[in-house]
Design a protein around this ligand. Structure first.
Ligand code: KIV
Ligand code: ZN
Length: 556
């Protein structure tokens, strides 16, 4: 038996040796047209009801779409009614154009013109299929027959527009459906004939939409087709070149991007790529890809979680966890080395006051799409020491000194191993609190201890509780830590040596407190960290010393 791949033929390439698109870059946003309410909707197991469509329509307007395909009003009574409600219910902002799809067939075109009565701005989008395969197996027509269908449709549309009463501004769009499966010269011929029949001019251009109805070739070939088409179309300035990629090979976004390089000026697609089979072009990904190149996409993606929620509710589809920009996990770094690099990138940006986004492993600032820093890193036993410190810093404002990272990282790893899963940020903080702030106290301070500053140092005075007893102490030193160490000697604590000290302010709500990290050399010879928090930095340091000593006592 022949292997099954033998039944396929390679996609036929077109000859365009002097193609220009590879040398270009995308430096501006196209005109976007959402087809969520038509192409996307018709592919849903459960198409949207009126309320859902209205809600979705409003969200698209709020995002900044100025062209929205609202349906196929001649296809069913429901579709017709939804179109009427949008118009009669006053849901369409003055600067938004609704687009209605119709096949190039007389009775459907007439019904469509009834459906758009009273709208301010409308694009009548008509189509017929032109591909080699569909002509052969579906329509049994030659190319002149297919051109005739499109031209008859165009003439009727022009006639109905000219006789149209009211203030509706009507524009036209024509799609040679399955454009990418059509011989390019035939695609050019049919579109040229449509431009003539519609009386297109540079002042009143017609949208020529070039669908990659079924994606069958690599994105570079689609780009070649678009560039070839544009270069061969007579009176190209009478047309706005639009693209309508699908995603059968998983390269819908790439195809759109290369087609933009090839000269496309307008893009049709859907949010999160919903649509027939593997979907339409994903406008969120395409737009945010531009955003990450410093190009304003002209659409507002600032609250992707809300958009995703609305999308999931209305379509009953799910956005995949790994969906670019929008997926639950796309701002989560599990690997320790990634976490370290993110940590370093964040510090670098702060230290250098950088104008540009320079954080490895995060191609976009999560805040740009309404995501928070908190879930960027989840801590698991593989996270590495830097990851836990990063979350402490980003989420809680605790800047653990670098020397402390291994010790805290080991505690976090042990906790992950103990509970058998990753830690949330709050659980991470609990590890910190239990070990450093709520250590069982072998030594503690009673009542009001004070550190009085004096020239060249100061005096510590207080009461130390230990082993069930209490002792008043008083000692001088060149600073609070030194004075406290001298006071500790009076209760027999003599074998600890001070190694390092870090402090900073930490805000909680409106007030700010001081936090001190103290590193001591313990009698065992190892190092131990302690943390103290207090309104006064002096007391925070003293508490930090006690925390370290108590932790060391616990370990004995
Ligand atoms: O994918 C397609 O070809 C279409 C056309 C009707 C534009 O949706
Ligand atoms: Zn489509």
């Amino acid at each position: 038996m022949k292997p099954s791949f033998h039944k396929y033929r390679p996609f036929e390439q077109i000859s365009l040796p002097d193609r220009q698109w590879p040398n270009r870059v995308i430096d501006r946003a196209p005109v976007w047209c959402s087809v969520d309410l038509r192409d996307g909707n018709q592919a849903l197991v459960d198409p949207m009801n009126l309320q859902e469509k209205l809600e979705f329509f409003k969200a698209l307007c709020d995002m900044g779409f100025k062209e929205i395909e609202v349906g196929f009003p001649s296809a069913s009574e429901t579709e017709y009614e939804i179109c009427r409600e949008l118009i009669e219910g006053g849901h369409i902002p003055d600067d938004v154009t609704i687009q209605v799809l119709v096949q190039a067939r007389e009775h459907l075109i007439r019904k469509t013109f009834e459906a758009i009565r009273g709208a301010k701005n409308v694009i009548v989008h008509f189509y017929n299929s032109t591909s080699t395969l569909q002509r052969k197996v579906v329509f049994h027509r030659d190319m002149p027959g297919v051109i005739d269908i499109a031209v008859q449709g165009a003439r009727l549309i022009r006639e109905l527009t000219e006789g149209y009463e009211g203030d509706t501004r009507i524009r036209y769009e024509y799609s040679p459906e399955s454009f990418s499966g059509t011989e390019m010269d035939n695609a050019v011929d049919i579109c040229a004939a449509v431009l003539e029949a519609l009386g297109a001019t540079p002042e009143n251009p017609v949208i020529l939409n070039l669908p990659n109805t079924v994606e069958m070739c690599t994105p570079n070939t689609y780009a070649d087709q678009v560039e070839y088409f544009i270069r061969h179309l007579p009176g190209r300035e009478r047309a706005i070149i639009s693209i309508h990629p699908h995603n059968d090979r998983g390269t819908g976004v790439a195809a759109a991007e290369l087609a933009l390089l090839a000269g496309a000026e307008r893009v049709e697609g859907t949010l999160f790529g919903n649509g027939e089979r593997t979907g339409n072009l994903d406008i969120v990904t395409t737009g945010l890809n531009m955003h990450t190149q410093g190009v304003d996409p002209g659409l507002d993606f600032g609250d992707l979680p809300a958009l995703r929620k609305l999308y999931e509710r209305c379509t009953k589809m799910q956005v995949h966890e790994r969906q670019p920009y929008a997926g639950e996990l796309v701002f989560t770094a599990f690997s320790g080395s990634h976490q370290d690099a993110i940590n370093k990138g964040t510090q670098y940006m702060q230290e250098h006051n950088s104008d540009y986004w320079e954080i490895p492993y995060l191609p976009i600032d999560p805040a740009d799409v309404g995501r928070q820093y908190e879930p960027i890193i989840r801590i698991n036993s593989q996270s590495g020491k830097g990851g836990a410190a990063f979350v402490m810093q980003q989420t809680f404002g605790y800047h653990l000194p670098k020397e402390m990272h291994p010790e805290f990282g080991a505690m976090v790893k042990a906790e992950c191993d103990r509970i058998g899963r990753e830690l949330t940020a709050q659980e991470l903080f609990e590890v910190f609190r239990t070990h450093y702030l709520e250590t069982p106290e072998t030594y503690s301070l009673a009542g009001n201890s004070v550190f009085e500053e004096r020239p060249g140092g100061g005096l510590f005075r207080g009461v130390i509780l230990h082993h069930g007893g209490e002792q008043a102490v008083e000692a001088e030193g060149n600073g609070p830590i030194d004075a406290f160490f001298n006071a500790l000697r009076q209760v027999g604590v003599t074998d600890y040596h001070f190694l390092s000290y870090h402090e900073h302010a930490v805000s909680s709500g409106s007030d700010s407190r001081a936090i001190a990290y103290i590193e001591l050399k313990a009698p065992s010879g190892g190092t131990v960290f302690g943390v103290g928090i207090d309104d006064s930095i002096n007391k925070a340091s003293i508490r930090g010393v006690l925390s370290a000593i108590n932790r060391s006592c616990m370990a004995k």
